[in-house]
Every structure is written in C-alpha cells, then in structure tokens.
Design a binder for this molecule. Structure first.
Ligand SMILES: *Cc1c(COP(=O)(O)O)cnc(C)c1O
Length: 744
C-alpha cells in the first residue's frame, strides 16, 4: 500500500506557497532580495537555519508564516520577487538567445567532481568547486543552455575544529539531504530513479538527485543504495577518495555513470565540458556509444574530440590522476572490445610519453580525447603547454594546441549587497543596466564618481561586520565549552577595527605557503607591534584530512597566534567555508597571496576581494600576472631567485612592501580621517578587476571560443526513447498556482 508521504511544507500557507519553489532554486543564493524574503519571515529562524531556506521553511513554526501571509507589505514584496523569479526562469531575452539565436539550444553537458554553490550543499573542497559553481550560475544568468553532473557526497562536510594545541580535528557532519536544496529524481513509477553504470562488473548502481541552479539543472550521483555492496555504497561517500581503487571507481561512476544518467533522463546535449580530468571517462563512454551505433573507433574518437572541451588546472605532474594498469585491466577488460580496440590501443590513450610505464593518466587521456583544451590563466596556459608538449612531439611550447581562459568569479555571488547598492547609486544614474553588462570595462569607470567618504565608511562597516562575526563565534565557543579552553588571541578577541588588517584564507596546501610571512619573525613582530601604525593578520583555511604536513603548518601558525610577542595581532578563524570567505573578502583591508610560482593555476579569492575594494598584495602568479597594473594593489616575486632562496626573498619583498608602501598609505589620513590615497587604490582595484575577472567574461569567452561550433549540434547525443520518465518529487518544489497569479 502507498504510504502517504509526509509533506514537510504542509504548514506553508497557500498565499506564500511559492517560497517552497524559491527555496529549491539556488537563484536565491545570488539574489539578496530573494534572501530577504526568507529573512523577513523571521530573522532568528533565518539565522538558525544557517541561511538555508529549505531548512528554515521545514523548521519554522507555522505562526510566523501565517503572520507574514497576513501582512500586506510582506505579500506585496513577495509578489514582486516571485514575478521577477518567474521572469528570470522563463529565459526569454537573455544574452545568449539574442547573440546566438540561430543555434539550436541543445545544452552543453558540464562535468565536475565538485561544485561550490552554497554551504547548504557540502559538495566541494575548494577553488575548483567554486569555479564550477560560478560557471553554472553565470551560464544561468546568460541564458546559456547547460546541464551539469556531479556527486552527492553522503558524508558531506568535514568541519574543522582546532584543538587547544592547534591541531586540526576533522569532524564529519553527514549531509542532511532533507534540509538541503536537493530533490530526488524519481522514475515513472514514482520510485527512486536508479541507473546501472554500464559495462562495470560487479555492477554499480546510482541514484540521482537534482539541484536547480537558476535555469541550470545539476544532477548529483549517489551510490549509497542498499542494492550496492558496501564498497560500492561508499563510492560517493566523500570527495576525492584516498585509496586509488576507490578513486578510480569514483571517476568511473562520475564519467561513465554520469553520461548514462543523462541518457536515462532523456537529456540530449551538443557537447561535453570537463572541469579537470576526474570526469574524463565520460568521453570514453561517448566513444563507446558511437561504436555501438556502427562507427569505427577512429571515427567515433574524431567526433567526440570535436565536441569536447577540457579545462585543466593542475600545473604539476604529481597532481594528475594516474591509475596502474592492473586496476585499469580489472575495470575495463570488457570495455576494450566494446570500443572495438585492443588492450594496447586502449592503454595508449592514457600513456604519458615521458613515463610510459606509469599507468593510465587521466589528463593525457582527456587531452587526446578532446580538441578544445585550456588552462585557467595566461601563465597557467604557458605552464600547461610546456608540461604537455610531449603529446605533440616536435612542437615548440608556443605551438602546442592548449589555450587558456582566465577564471572569473560570479559578481552577484561575491559582491557584497551593500557594496552593490553603493555601486548602483553611483553607476546606476548613467548606466541603469550596469549589472547585466558588468563585463564592460567602460561602465566601471563610473566607480570614480563614488565619494571617497562613502566608499571608505562602507568598507569600515564591512570590517566591523567581520570582527563582530569573529567575536560572536568566539562567544559561542566559550559558551559551549562552559567558559573553558579559550585561546582569545587565536580566536580573534583582540582584533581591532582601526588596525590595518591583512587576510590570508585558503586551503592549507603546502604550495600556498601560509607560513611565509613568519620567515623573519623578528621583522614581522616589529611590523605588527608598531605602536603608531599597527598591523593585524587573520588566517583561515583547512588542511586536507590526510595532509599531515599541511596540519603541522597550521599548528605552527596557531602557536604563533598564542605567543604574546606577536601582540595578539594574529588570529586563526576555524572552519573556513564560503560564508567565512565572504566575510573576509568583504571586510579585510589587504588580501595576501604568496604561493610558490607557478603552482597557483589562477586563484580566485583575490578576485572576490578586489570586487569589494579589498587590495591585493600578491605574488606574480596565476591571475595576478594579468590583473596587476601598478596602481591597483601590490605585486612581488622575482623569478630569477633560485629555489632555495625563494622563501626568504619573497618574505623580504612582502615586509618591504608593508613597511614602505602598504602601511604608510593606509595610515596617511587627511583631516577627515579618510586615507584618500588608499581609497583611490580601492577604486582602481574595483574598476580594473571587476569586469575582467568576472565569470561573465569567462563564460562568454568559452562561448565565443569553443561552444558555438559545438552548439550547432555536430556531435549531438541523441536518445530517441528516454529509458525512464520523470515525475515531480513527492515533496519539494510543488507545482501549484503560478506565483504571478496569486492575490489577483
Ligand atoms: C574562492 C574560494 C576558494 C578558492 O580560493 P583560492 O584563491 O583559489 O585559493 C576556496 N575556498 C573558498 C571557501 C572560496 O570561497
């Protein structure tokens, strides 16, 4: 017998039923007006939900919702926002439809192992994920047809707790799917859709979840099913499994299973875009299907190459996945004949010419199976061409066919809403549509019209917000530990809003050199403790759970925070995520970036900072070699210094810049207590970087460079008869009255 499914949103009044639909579309995450709609129902409930509308709507007592439904001002706002939302979703008059109206709008299928969209969806580790998330949001805004595939990781978040002696403890929090903006995909009978990964024996089954990112659907694969054996169940338990075999199985599920899931959903697409090599087996499956339809392997390969884009980020050989041949044999032995080739030819597809015996290299394979491939900044393009020129024997670096598209960040996601309002006020009168044309640099010239005092005071307000949040976290920690076990300096209790504040937040990978500024500790102490012109530093970031070296580095920094000689002017903020990142890139004065070149493929946190008027103090690597113009921040890094001397040379360069330029400029105040020179540089940073390092510029570049020929449908994946039908989930976004019709 059918069990009536409990509707967790039954208490949402009919008048406001659109809130449920809105909660299940991440559009709210980059539209502050939509978030305010939730916040206005009840501010405490909004806060308690961790700014997650699905959780909030499930948990909030009906009384608050009923009261909102009876408040005319609220309902009016609700109607306006819901109409905007519907207009957005109807996808007419977008940039894409206007520019490329002749193209059939088959989507690009985007594959990535991680997506950084919002902290209510813990399916990311770092920069690669945020890049993918921003790519989807931007594709949605531009009206670019896209469908995305990833994983739903059941273990969800790895929270970072720092023990009193500074050691990172990794606390897993299982992913509560019911309280996140994901819905289950069901089959025609209303049962969970389950798809078998083809060719793999013993079989692996995947369930499918859907996240709606504006107009873009993102399908997440989940192997945590009773019909899978325990080892298979664990394939999607967490990001980047450590054990090599499990990692291979993950990549098989993502690429081959992901391709199969799109097929099962009846989704046709024109081309595939791979974000890094993890999902590259998707190309293998595309070849196999064509061979099955009667093509030769070479014909199939050529067609797949022509319709595949591969973006590679990793600038060192050790960073690429390589699987031993015996593992490949175990999983692909039935695959070789299915492709119409023998084992030798198959293994050749993944050979690294300089270490042919090492196994199946995913990047080498992805480069061979795609015509369009790129690095993610100008310098990264050069490094990538140099690293892979062995695949094009006889080529010079410059002629290796690997291009670059510099990364960018999604402006509406990373620009602080108050900052956006300030820009609106001053850009808006001349260019009311500035936000929808924000990749046009001329529009940003209007930033100069913002009075210094307004920009400066808003910046100070954002800095105060950051410090308030830090103290509030400390208070919560103190209260939960019953007043014990506090490290006030480390936790930021002594941070002072009038002190020049440097932010350093990123994953604790050794190449990012979080410890670099401690190279000459005496000099650093003098800089921090200058009685007239003090400086403080806020660190944040997680080490990978298996990276003990990264954890030791973190512990060392944590110990420095506790040493009184540093004056209580260094803090370490626990549990870096996108929320912490937001406070930091909005609220510090200077964003410090000092990786070991050329290891930072692009870096995106500095772009987020500059968008908000936070000045970059960065080594010339990744995006900053393109972004730095001599007036919009500071640059250092002398490439001619030998490796051993690099740390001390780079650290000295930072101290020199701080002592001679950064600190004096910050504290040089006029009678109105505003550092006009500093504010000038803030404006220069905003207007020079804002348009160029936006995901809008990035996605348009992908479109112009690669997608149009693909969107013509040359390599269209067709599946005349979808294997299953889709039905709306039993709960979640419900098809009710259209919001625009309400109250009329
Ligand atoms: C932007 C972002 C990153 C990536 O920043 P990098 O500069 O590339 O290190 C990582 N984590 C979070 C939470 C971010 O918001």
């Amino acid at each position: 017998m059918d069990n009536p499914i409990h509707d967790p949103f039954a208490h949402v009044p009919e008048r406001l039923s659109g809130l449920v639909d809105l909660a299940y579309n991440l559009w709210w995450s980059w539209n502050p007006e939509a978030r305010i709609l939730f916040k206005q129902v009840n501010q405490q409930a909004w806060k308690a939900s961790g700014h997650n509308p699905v959780r909030m709507l499930r948990e909030i007592p009906a009384g608050f919702l009923n009261r909102a439904a009876e408040t005319p001002a609220y309902c009016n706002r609700y109607d306006i926002i819901m109409r905007r939302f519907q207009k957005y979703m109807s996808a007419t008059g977008t940039w894409f439809t206007e520019e490329y109206s002749g193209n059939p709008s088959l989507p690009i299928a985007y594959f990535s192992a991680e997506y950084g969209l919002h902290h209510s969806l813990p399916i990311y580790a770092g920069g690669l994920g945020f890049l993918a998330g921003d790519h989807l949001k931007e594709a949605s805004d531009l009206g670019l047809p896209m469908v995305a595939v990833g994983f739903l990781y059941s273990q969800g978040y790895l929270h970072q707790q720092i023990s009193p002696d500074g050691w990172q403890e990794d606390v897993t929090e299982p992913f509560d799917r019911d309280a996140a903006p994901v819905t289950r995909v069901l089959d025609a009978n209303g049962d969970d859709l389950v798809v078998r990964v083809p060719q793999i024996d013993p079989p692996i089954y995947v369930a499918v979840w859907k996240v709606q990112v504006g107009r873009i659907p993102l399908y997440l694969l989940d192997t945590d099913l009773p019909c899978n054996d325990p080892k298979n169940r664990g394939i999607s338990s967490r990001l980047y499994a450590g054990d090599q075999e499990q990692r291979l199985r993950q990549e098989i599920v993502l690429g081959i299973g992901g391709r199969k899931v799109l097929h099962a959903l009846g989704i046709e697409y024109a081309a595939v875009h791979l974000n890094e090599g993890h999902p590259a087996f998707a190309l293998l499956e595309r070849i196999r299907e064509r061979v099955e339809r009667g093509m030769t392997f070479e014909e199939a390969l050529a067609e797949v190459q022509a319709t595949s884009v591969f973006t590679t980020h990793t600038p060192v050989p050790a960073g690429h996945d390589v699987f031993p041949v015996d593992l490949i044999d175990r999983y692909f032995k039935t695959y070789y004949p299915a492709l119409g080739i023998d084992r030798t030819r198959f293994l050749q597809l993944g050979v690294h010419p300089q270490s042919p015996g090492s196994g199946f290299n995913m990047t080498a394979f992805a480069l061979r199976a795609s015509t369009h491939h790129n690095g993610v900044s100008r310098t990264n393009g050069t490094v990538t061409r140099d690293m892979w020129r062995c695949l094009w024997p006889g080529s010079l670096e410059a002629t290796v066919p690997i291009d670059y598209v510099t990364n960018g960040v999604h402006v509406s996601t990373w620009l602080n809403p108050r900052m956006k309002k300030l820009y609106d006020r001053h850009i808006g009168p001349t260019s009311p549509e500035w936000l929808s044309t924000h990749d046009d640099p001329t529009v940003w010239e209007l930033i100069d019209e913002i009075p210094d005092a307004e920009l400066w005071h808003l910046h100070l307000w954002l800095k105060a917000k950051l410090l308030n949040r830090i103290r509030e976290q400390e208070r919560i920690k103190w209260a939960t530990h019953h007043g014990g076990a506090l490290n006030p300096a480390a936790e930021g209790a002594f941070l002072n809003p009038s002190v020049l504040t440097i932010g350093f937040a990123r994953r604790f990978s050794t190449y990012k050199r979080a410890h670099l500024i401690f190279e000459d500790r005496e000099r650093l102490k003098r800089i921090l403790n200058n009685p007239w012109y003090p400086v403080q530093i806020i660190f944040a970031g997680k080490a990978h759970p298996a990276d003990n070296e990264g954890k030791r580095l973190l512990q060392q920094i944590y110990r420095y925070t506790q040493q009184p000689e540093f004056g209580g002017r260094i803090a370490f903020i626990e549990d870096y995520n996108d929320q912490v990142a937001r406070y930091l890139v909005h609220g510090v004065d200077v964003w410090l970036n000092n990786p070991l070149p050329p290891m930072e493929a692009s870096g995106t946190s500095g772009m987020k900072a500059s968008l908000n008027g936070v000045l970059n103090l960065s080594i010339l690597d990744g995006w900053w070699t393109e972004g730095y113009n001599g007036r919009n921040g500071w640059a250092f890094g002398d490439e001619t210094v030998a490796c051993e001397g690099r740390n001390s040379a780079d650290a000295s360069a930072i101290y020199d810049l701080l002592e001679k330029e950064v600190v004096p400029l910050y504290y040089n105040r006029s009678i109105d207590d505003i550092p006009h020179g500093w504010v000038k540089m803030m404006k220069e940073s905003i207007k020079s970087n804002g348009p160029r390092f936006s995901s809008r510029r990035m996605v348009k570049e992908y479109v112009a460079r690669y997608y149009p020929s693909l969107l013509k449908g040359a390599g269209m994946e067709s599946c005349q008869t979808p294997a299953v039908k889709l039905r709306a989930p039993a709960w979640g976004p419900r098809v009710r009255r259209k919001a625009g019709e309400e109250g009329e």
